[in-house]
Design a protein around this ligand. Structure first.
Ligand SMILES: [Zn+2]
Length: 68
């Protein structure tokens, strides 16, 4: 019943440009990326879930040099 939601640190919303508002969660076996600020929503196709998200995290990692 519980939905796992996690924020992506340092992620910038492509819609409103706010930082640290991007959450990733799984709904009905579909991984979704959502901005809690402006309700920007991006759904991943079931077969591409982990790959796409991993790519997304790596992409935002580039813009988060403070991470390490
Ligand atoms: Zn947004």
């Amino acid at each position: 019943m519980s939905k796992r939601k996690r924020f992506i640190a340092g992620a910038t919303c492509p819609s409103c440009g706010e930082q640290d508002t991007i959450v990733v969660f799984v709904e009905q076996n579909v991984e979704k990326v959502k901005c809690v600020k402006c309700d920007y929503l991006q759904s991943q196709a079931p077969g591409e879930v982990s790959g796409s998200t991993r790519q997304f995290e790596q992409l935002i990692g580039v813009f988060n040099p403070d991470d390490k």
